[in-house]
Ligand binder design. Structure first.
Ligand SMILES: Cc1cc2nc3c(=O)[nH]c(=O)nc-3n(C[C@H](O)[C@H](O)[C@H](O)COP(=O)(O)OP(=O)(O)OC[C@H]3O[C@@H](n4cnc5c(N)ncnc54)[C@H](O)[C@@H]3O)c2cc1C
Length: 267
């Protein structure tokens, strides 16, 4: 069954950092979000004509994490990375004003931190930061683990509230490591005893070719305990990134059976 469509109206905009804008939305009917327990719950913003979906077409869509949906109040927020003039969603969010409307499809989602895990590893870049923040709010107070977030520089950090046993590390691309910094930082974290539950998302090359093999192969983390995928890819629009993901999944299934989940491939 196709996912429901919801029309959202912008009610407020807030610049969180030089590269992140938060839009607060209101909807007459947010019932599609009732009972969605995934902290990485995401929606597809429909930039073409939503009627195309009903007709089996695929208008331009972009994927974003839906934050704190309140079904009763009819409110939710989305934090957008503003990454210049290229693209559809980033420039739209940067220019959005109260009263603007957008249709979203969803939500989908696949992860919420497992309270029975011995420790948690959450890592990503700015695009994954909203989902990481949501996950932190769902962790029990006694949770332990590591959070690693890669941003451009210190001006792009944001306040995060994590349980006392969760260490938070901010990495700056400006320090010289670029996008490899996240890979290096995750590899050099202290590996804690017991069962880890991991959530690692962000730029696809770093995540899929840098961090995922480290977790699944070198550390032997079971696939079910690792939510790991690219959220976007340098130099690719979401459409051509989708092809990149499909090619990767095909190459992997030719080598060994399914290392890329159906949920991930369908995003
Ligand atoms: C499940 C999921 C949840 C996501 N949640 C969020 C979220 O909450 N907030 C968020 O900002 N993003 C999120 N993303 C990532 C977002 O979908 C992509 O960044 C998307 O490509 C942005 O669309 P666009 O129209 O702005 O750019 P596109 O038209 O897709 O791309 C145009 C150009 O911009 C570049 N680009 C795209 N994204 C970025 C970026 N983040 N930084 C630098 N350059 C970029 C591309 O490489 C390309 O060269 C999520 C992705 C997934 C799969």
């Amino acid at each position: 069954m196709s996912k429901p469509l919801t029309e959202l109206t912008v009610v407020a905009t807030e610049r969180l950092t030089p590269s992140m804008v938060r839009l607060r939305f209101r909807a007459d009917d947010l019932s599609a979000f009732a009972g969605s327990a995934h902290t990485d719950r995401y929606v597809k913003l429909v930039f073409g004509d939503p009627a195309e979906l009903a007709a089996g077409g695929r208008p331009v869509m972009r994927t974003y994490t839906a934050l704190e949906p309140d079904v009763e109040a009819g409110t939710l927020s989305i934090d957008f990375v503003v990454h210049g003039d290229e693209g559809v969603a980033g420039p739209w969010a940067a220019a959005a004003q109260p009263g603007d409307t957008i249709t979203v499809r969803g939500p989908g989602g696949a992860y919420a931190p497992d309270p029975d895990a011995d420790w948690h590893l959450l890592a990503g870049d700015e695009a994954a930061l909203p989902a990481i923040r949501q996950a932190l709010t769902a962790l029990p107070a006694e949770a332990v683990g590591h959070v690693v977030i890669e941003v451009a520089d210190a001006d792009h950090e944001q306040p995060l509230h994590a349980p006392a046993g969760i260490g938070v590390t901010w990495l700056h691309r400006s320090a010289g490591g670029g996008r490899a910094a996240l890979v290096d930082a995750v590899r050099s974290l202290e590996w804690l005893p017991g069962r880890v539950h991991a959530f690692v998302h962000g730029e696809a090359q770093a995540v899929m070719h840098g961090i995922r093999p480290y977790l699944l192969t070198e550390r032997g983390v079971p696939r079910a305990d690792a939510s790991v995928s690219g959220y976007w890819r340098v130099g690719r629009t979401e459409e051509s990134f989708r092809q990149w993901k499909a090619d990767l999944a095909a190459a992997e299934s030719a080598n060994e059976p399914t290392d890329t989940s159906a949920e991930e491939a369908s995003r």
